[in-house]
Design a protein around this ligand. Structure first.
Ligand SMILES: [Zn+2]
Ligand SMILES: [Zn+2]
Length: 146
């Protein structure tokens, strides 16, 4: 399978990664207009954060949520590898290098070489993208395809 040009994944049913049934039925989804993959784009009520604002365990996982960051910000973004300690890496999506630099100032123990491990150069819109809650029929259909 080829990588989806819109959402950067080869697997069109891989997300949601966390509690997929609950996520699909209770959270707003970015529905890829190209491969129909659903990506959680629910804004946390208390802190106003999306899943993509948090660090990911792997580059692959971060890439799965990358499109929602671009879509919310309407800008190309970048993923950086962060090292909270010597033996551990996490991957986080940032709008740009300035945002990364500010983050590193607030989190002084985290190391980063400031070279993106994945980035896009230009933000594109796709005509068939939908951002909405799914119906129960759609949730069941999507889950049956996983
Ligand atoms: Zn969700
Ligand atoms: Zn896609």
């Amino acid at each position: 399978m080829n990588t989806c040009p819109e959402c950067y994944s080869e697997k069109s049913r891989i997300t949601p990664m966390y509690k997929p049934y609950e996520c699909l039925s209770e959270h707003t989804q970015y529905v890829c207009g190209t491969c129909h993959r659903c990506i959680c784009i629910e804004k946390d009520q208390t802190r106003g954060l999306y899943r993509w604002n948090f660090p990911f365990k792997s580059l692959e996982d971060a890439k799965l949520y990358f499109r929602t960051a671009e879509f919310v910000l309407k800008e190309p973004c970048a993923i950086y590898e962060l090292k909270p300690d010597k033996n551990r890496s996490t991957f986080k999506i940032f709008r740009n290098k300035l945002e990364l630099t500010n983050y590193l100032k607030r989190n002084k123990t985290i190391k980063c070489n400031k070279t993106p491990v994945f980035k896009t150069d230009k933000y594109c819109e796709y005509p068939k993208t939908e951002v909405r809650r799914l119906t129960m029929d759609e949730v069941n259909f999507y889950m049956s395809g996983r």
